[in-house]
Design a protein around this ligand. Structure first.
Ligand SMILES: Cc1cc2nc3c(=O)[nH]c(=O)nc-3n(C[C@H](O)[C@H](O)[C@H](O)COP(=O)(O)OP(=O)(O)OC[C@H]3O[C@@H](n4cnc5c(N)ncnc54)[C@H](O)[C@@H]3O)c2cc1C
Length: 398
């Protein structure tokens, strides 16, 4: 059975950060959207997310920041240290400095809270329909219509944005050669209580501890009630896992932190209920678009988490999609090609820099000593300046 098509309706596969953002951006611009999500309920996976000013500026315009209210912690900065010695090396200042420089804050938020704020914002907009428990299996298209095969029914629309994440089912229809490559790295996450951290590590900021073949990040979420802890280790032997939520035996994690400074290793020891997932790298796609279809978010350009930018890029995508659709008078074929043209450079640079950061975070031996030497000499202003290209995004790159 096929649904009737609402005039000009754009279909969005996936109600993650990218799909909901695209839905909000388009509906705010007067375009009706239907967002199709395969899960029965909205995801609570993944614990914490850090969002820089490039993303929060857009979320602010949509009213999502206001909705998040005090659930979002305004970050004062990133404190970078050597996890093996516990030595503080450098600080990237955010707080009022970031607000002045970038016009928007750097926030630390639980994914569930962000998701809820996005869903509520989308639901309050006229023209947004969110259909849960509806997996998109495939699409076919003519010159002016998209037909989706889903687990519920056939659904018709004017265009399709495939925001179905890292393991996108729709991406191979656009680029059959697309492949995800295991990086050999495993990410681990848990939530701890603020009391599990030594007093000097408890503030409203991110702690980034660099080690040999591993690093550890912690920051407050849920308005400071919980601390999100993420460790990344090199664990080729551990095998690959799909998804974000596999139960993890902490023994192999703890063994990576045995030689670390006790105040940092204790954070790992205090964690319970660890979840783990494998990190993948995707070489750039040959194409993002095909006629009335485009990929967006992780389906288009997954990036490793070392610059904390995957979700932010998905939010930026949404803002740019609206701009190009307006530019081409709602013609998706031309607008999507332009979308790919303007986004590919930024997504590739972010992906490249994220991988580079991962290598720097995990340096050992003399390279580690050289890295620490350089970091100790960086002024907060110099560190921030290096991030301007990331956080000053205005949505109008050509
Ligand atoms: C360790 C780690 C830490 C991270 N930290 C940060 C951070 O601090 N800051 C940041 O900006 N980013 C971060 N990211 C990245 C960020 O989480 C992702 O980039 C972001 O979630 C991408 O959004 P998305 O909507 O493209 O994909 P997803 O959020 O994965 O959403 C995809 C949605 O599509 C649904 N779906 C899948 N297939 C189908 C289908 N066939 N039909 C219908 N629905 C479907 C899924 O159920 C899901 O709801 C991190 C990632 C990792 C791994």
């Amino acid at each position: 059975m096929a649904s009737t098509v609402t005039e000009g309706r754009i279909l969005i596969a996936g109600a993650g950060i990218g799909g909901l953002s695209a839905g909000i951006a388009l509906a705010r611009d007067g375009t009706p959207v239907q967002v199709l999500e395969r899960e029965k309920a909205h995801s609570t996976d993944g614990a914490g997310i850090q969002l820089g000013p490039n993303a929060t500026r857009i979320l602010g315009d949509w009213g999502v920041l206001e909705r998040l209210g005090s659930k979002a912690v305004i970050s004062e900065g990133i404190a970078i240290g050597d996890g093996l010695t516990g030595e503080h090396l450098a600080t990237v200042p955010f707080g009022e400095v970031a607000r002045q420089r970038y016009g928007a804050p750097f926030i630390l938020v639980h994914r569930h809270d962000l998701h809820q704020a996005l869903v509520e914002t989308a639901r309050d907009l006229p023209g947004v329909e969110i259909t849960m428990d509806c997996e998109v299996m495939a699409y076919r298209q003519s010159s002016d219509e998209i037909v989706l095969t889903t687990t519920k029914e056939e659904i018709r629309g004017h265009a399709l944005i495939a925001a179905d994440g890292l393991w996108s089912r729709l991406r191979p229809q656009i680029d059959p050669g697309a492949a995800l490559l295991f990086t050999g790295q495993t990410a681990w996450r848990t939530l701890v209580s603020p009391g599990d951290l030594p007093e000097h590590l408890r503030g409203p900021r991110t702690g980034l501890w660099l080690g040999r073949g591993a690093h550890l990040v912690h920051y407050p979420v849920k308005g400071g009630m919980k601390i999100n802890v993420v460790a990344v280790t090199e664990e080729r032997r551990g095998g690959k896992t799909e998804g974000w939520n596999q139960e993890a035996d902490p023994q192999s994690l703890l063994s990576c932190f045995e030689a670390w400074d006790d105040s940092i290793a204790d954070i790992v020891r205090s964690g319970a209920g660890w979840r783990k997932w494998s990190l993948y790298y995707q070489p750039p796609l040959r194409a993002w678009t095909q006629g009335l279809v485009t990929v967006a978010g992780d389906a288009a350009h997954p990036v490793l988490p070392f610059l904390a930018q995957g979700g932010a890029l998905a939010i930026e995508d949404a803002a740019v999609l609206v701009r190009v659709l307006r530019e081409f008078d709602g013609d998706p074929t031309h607008a999507f090609r332009q979308f790919e043209r303007v986004r590919i450079g930024r997504a590739s640079r972010t992906g490249f820099e994220s991988r580079r950061m991962g290598r720097i975070y995990h340096m050992g031996g003399v390279l580690r000593l050289a890295r620490n030497f350089v970091l100790r000499r960086q002024s907060p202003e110099a560190l921030l300046k290096k991030l301007d290209w990331l956080y000053l995004f205005g949505g109008d790159e050509r």
